[in-house]
Design a protein around this ligand. Structure first.
Ligand code: ATP
Length: 514
């Protein structure tokens, strides 16, 4: 645990030191759970968005984009169920005065039990070596069976109480499990209460005539209310999808995990409209497609796991989370949900407008079913950033800090470094920079010894350093150094562009996922 906290602290400190993430309005001591992306963070974020957008929209003939407004007609949120049911169960500890999400306290407790089972499995794997049969062990080892059963029972009971809105039982569960406040160790809890997460605001000048609005808590509803607009003007045929990247706002109760849980964040969502009855087939399809997308970036297979939902939203008939091993453990990164026809039907009822599709093959109208893939951009940022940050021991006992971002996502693809600030080397470096700038984001650095510049670029995540030295003037060659291997190679100046282009080629990266 202490090690986890240290790693997490390092991630946060590094993100600040290298211009990735700052606290919002920091000169006024910041604003809780709100963050700004700095010069490098803005680039990384933009590159993640582009990687998602290209894979979803550009590579799918039947998926188109949308950019809907953050402010929407207030009835939208009545229809979607957010006014009545977008609540988190919260609980306060009377001694520490700390507030928690009751469901998260229980889930974290269940996860600890799961960790115990995992420990037994790891121990056994070490003991039995190649002969180890994990499935057999999990099904027969009494301790693992007991832990798994315990974990399952807790999660099932939590799911049942939440579905039935039996908040008293959630509190009973917390007490029965002996869950203590993580800060103070106290078990002195208040009752569990529901808390609506939407941020309210007002439209209009005078207080009396102003209309109550909400800042959208998800981007999905902007897609649903535009279903007919896009379908008709784009002449879209089922199955088809609408993708959107945009801000969402939630007044989160507990927001202590850096950019993982913010009050203002961005989502990358795609709603895929299908024939009723086909939804589970498409649900599987999108699970696999999204898994491949993640795999293509090479953040480590072991850092991902799927978690099928025990507790489903009332409108969903299948749901899964893609969880990532963040510095504080496995948590939701992306949700894939089969939302049935709930949203479109609700908007039909509240607006009185038809939101249907005439299917020429079936010769009838229907309200399409929907599969949603919804990933938090900021959580993806954290996944990429935290899993890329490494402390490496080098030959000779020294260490280096290196941010091994996938090259396609790195803010700067290359740094151009003249060995010295004289003898015509800066001129050659600038010329190369001006040539590369048309295709890539590149930076120029001539300060300090070249070794220090390499370290600086390693820590900032730049995949290539290109050094211009005195020989360059004679042979038109430069040294290209690879961030991850630290390998250096001499290549003709004219080749540099092609070398970089190959390493950041979208097709090559995407195909790594299959
Ligand atoms: P959680 O259970 O962690 O609160 P959720 O299930 O409410 O998340 P969804 O409503 O499914 O999340 O939202 C889709 C995605 O949006 C999530 O998978 C997550 O990546 C992202 N997301 C949700 N809430 C936040 C937040 N407060 N800050 C950053 N990203 C978020």
């Amino acid at each position: 645990m202490a090690k986890q906290q240290d790693t997490f602290k390092q991630v946060i400190a590094h993100a600040k030191e290298y211009g990735y993430i700052f606290s919002s309005s920091e000169i006024y001591d910041g604003l809780s759970a709100v963050y700004d992306y700095g010069q490098n963070g803005a680039e990384l974020k933009k590159n993640i968005k582009e990687y998602w957008w290209k894979s979803m929209v550009q590579l799918h003939e039947n998926i188109v984009g949308l950019d809907a407004a953050i402010l929407m007609h207030p009835t939208t949120w009545k229809a979607s169920g957010h006014v009545d049911a977008f609540n988190d169960p919260l609980i306060d500890n009377k001694d520490s005065k700390k507030r928690y999400r009751a469901d998260v306290l229980v889930e974290d407790h269940a996860e600890k039990i799961n960790q115990k089972a995992q420990k037994e499995i790891t121990k056994a794997r070490k003991r039995f070596g190649d002969k180890f049969d994990e499935a057999e062990f999990v099904n027969t080892n009494p301790r693992v069976i007991r832990y798994k059963k315990e974990e399952k029972e807790i999660l099932e009971r939590l799911a049942k109480s939440l579905t039935e809105e039996n908040l008293a039982d959630v509190k009973d569960l917390i007490e029965e499990l002996g869950i203590a406040c993580p800060e103070s160790g106290s078990k002195n809890w208040t009752d569990v209460k529901q808390f609506n997460l939407m941020f309210g605001t007002k439209l209009g000048a005078s207080a009396d005539s102003a209309t109550d609005l909400y800042l959208r808590p998800e981007t999905a509803q902007g897609i649903f209310v535009n279903f007919a607009n896009v379908q008709k003007t784009g002449r879209m045929k089922i199955p088809f999808g609408i993708a959107q990247i945009g801000k969402a706002f939630r007044n989160e109760i507990v927001a202590r995990q850096f950019i993982f849980r913010q009050r203002e964040f961005e989502q990358m969502e795609m709603q895929f409209f299908v024939r009723p009855g086909d939804e589970l087939k498409w649900f599987e399809h999108w699970k696999e497609t999204r898994q491949n997308w993640h795999a293509s970036l090479g953040l480590g297979e072991e850092n991902y796991r799927f978690h099928d939902h025990e507790k489903m939203a009332h409108y969903a008939n299948a749901a899964t989370d893609i969880e990532f091993n963040f510095p504080f453990g496995f948590k939701e990164l992306e949700g894939i949900h089969s939302r049935t026809d709930f949203d479109l039907k609700a908007h039909e009822e509240h607006s009185g407008k038809k939101l249907q599709f005439f299917d020429p093959e079936m010769n009838k109208n229907y309200v399409p079913y929907v599969i949603e893939t919804s990933i938090g951009l900021d959580r993806m940022f954290l996944a990429v950033f935290s899993s890329s940050l490494k402390e490496e021991e080098l030959e000779g006992g020294s260490t280096r800090t290196v941010l091994k971002l996938p090259a396609i996502l790195a803010p700067y693809k290359a740094a151009i470094l003249p060995l010295v600030k004289k003898d015509g080397l800066p001129e050659i470096a600038r010329e190369l920079m001006e040539e590369l700038q048309w295709d890539f984001n590149v930076s120029y650095d001539e300060k300090d010894a070249v070794g220090r510049r390499y370290r600086r670029q390693d820590a900032a995540g730049t995949p290539f350093c290109i050094t211009i030295d005195h020989d360059t003037k004679e042979d038109n060659q430069v040294t290209i150094r690879h961030r991850d291997t630290m390998e250096q190679k001499r290549v003709p100046i004219s080749e540099v562009k092609n070398i970089i282009a190959k390493e950041v080629d979208f097709r090559t990266w995407m195909q790594k996922g299959k």
